[in-house]
Design a protein around this ligand. Structure first.
Ligand code: THU
Length: 132
């Protein structure tokens, strides 16, 4: 298995961001999700003319990975062009918690700033299958 460093994962998210389709907000985001077997699935945000159908980079990465059979995730990197590092939105926190659990979340921008937090910190009292 190829070892993936945090820098590799951030670089993958940054590259994915270049594919963002954000003609309405002009806010481009990239995400890269690392699996337990060392695979990386990336995503970018894709906006719809019907704004509410827009999907975030993080959920694209998660759903791409799930649809390819990946089930065990160990880390995600999220890149946006903001000085204050961009965290996942509420909908993405729900999806990341459900499918990835308490993984480390790397937040990065284009100028080399990086911060790490956990899903547990981002989403402290989650709704999940325990309640269903
Ligand atoms: N967006 C993401 O892709 N991920 C985030 O973490 C925050 C927001 C997208 C959704 C929309 O296309 C644009 O950024 C502005 O909200």
């Amino acid at each position: 298995m190829t070892e993936r460093t945090d820098a590799d994962l951030i670089a993958a998210a940054r590259k994915a961001r270049e594919q963002a389709l954000a003609p309405y907000s002009h806010f481009k985001v990239g995400a890269a999700l690392l699996t337990a077997s060392g695979e990386v699935f990336t995503g970018c945000n894709v906006e719809s003319a019907s704004y509410g159908l827009t999907i975030c980079a993080e959920r694209v990465a998660v759903f791409k990975a799930i649809s390819e059979g990946a089930r065990e995730f160990i880390k995600i990197a999220i890149v946006a062009d903001t000085d204050q590092l961009t965290p996942p939105c509420g909908a993405c926190r729900q999806v990341l918690w459900e499918f990835c659990g308490d993984v480390p979340v790397l937040l990065a921008n284009l100028r080399g700033a990086v911060a790490s937090c956990s899903m547990r910190d981002l989403y402290p009292r989650p709704f999940d299958q325990r309640y269903v």
